[in-house]
Write a protein that binds this ligand. Sequence first.
Ligand SMILES: Nc1ncnc2c1ncn2[C@@H]1O[C@H](COP(=O)(O)OP(=O)(O)OP(=O)(O)O)[C@@H](O)[C@H]1O
Length: 321
Amino acid sequence: MIEATNVTRYFGDKAAVAGVSFSVGKGEVLGFLGPNGAGKSTTMRMITGFLPLSGGRIAIGGCDIAEKPVEAKRLFGYLPENAPAYQDMSVAGFLDFSASIRGLSGKARSEAIARAVKLCHLEKVMHQSIDTLSKGYHHRVCFAQAILHDPPVLILDEPTDGLDPNQKHEMRELIREMGKSKAIIVSTHILEEVEAICTRVIIIDRGELVFNGTPQQLKEKAPHGDRVLVTLLQVAADDVRAALEKLPQVRLVETVKQENNKLTLAIHPSGRADDFALTVKRLLDERKWEFCELHTQSGKLDEVFRCLTTSDSTGRKEGAA
Ligand SMILES: Nc1ncnc2c1ncn2[C@@H]1O[C@H](COP(=O)(O)OP(=O)(O)OP(=O)(O)O)[C@@H](O)[C@H]1O
């Protein structure tokens, strides 16, 4: 549904986005990540047709955003960062106005509003003026506005920014649910959000694509990867380490801590290690080595993010007014 090919944008002689290509299909929620100044907003603004491309092509549902902007814009709903809404309007009035701009009238308009209100749980605040809403409700009103015309594509810029944990949870549920039947791009800084809602993730750094894969593939790139941590009591450290190192799946055994007759080891398997903790436990049981803790620790997304991205942008928008 979204096809970005070699997308490039220069500001002066500086490439803010340099030859980025990716696609998003129906049923996918694509997490769009990158450090400050990496080029996320610039890319989002090009996808939504607010900023012309210096090079490359963006097509939404087959419509080129530069050649057929009206057709392409009909196919997506956009929730910008700090989404604006008319503050002095009531929620009902704002949604009615937004639906009319989308060209909806009569029964189609009332049905579209009812559907968006239901999905975003806005029933209670329909007659409240927008400037009196909590941030969470304000966000939901803007989200409802973005889905009024039931577009097959959603573009969401930091959709949970500033929401409290309950509101975040609700918004993520909504995105996950919609992701089953739509193509969604979510730009976010929050790595736990990627695990919670995204089926795929791309990372850009200094305008270039540095990762495109599933959240699991991203985690597998963590410098530590999955590992088993075990704390043993009153054991001879060298014997335990030697026995563990002989296990066929073991790549590395590290001593994390050794004090007061307690020894904590990190055991790194080679490749994926679904039953690896069980293999380690069997060995400890066989040797009758007592332990008080044994658990698997997954690779951490933030570790991979730090490894893949190196931007030290000041966030200054050079040349900007
Ligand atoms: N209008 C502009 N004029 C000049 N440079 C710009 C303009 N807009 C963005 N830039 C530059 O392009 C680069 C990418 O900026 P962009 O806002 O796309 O990053 P971002 O990944 O969205 O960052 P953040 O997470 O901080 O919002 C930055 O170096 C920025 O200074």
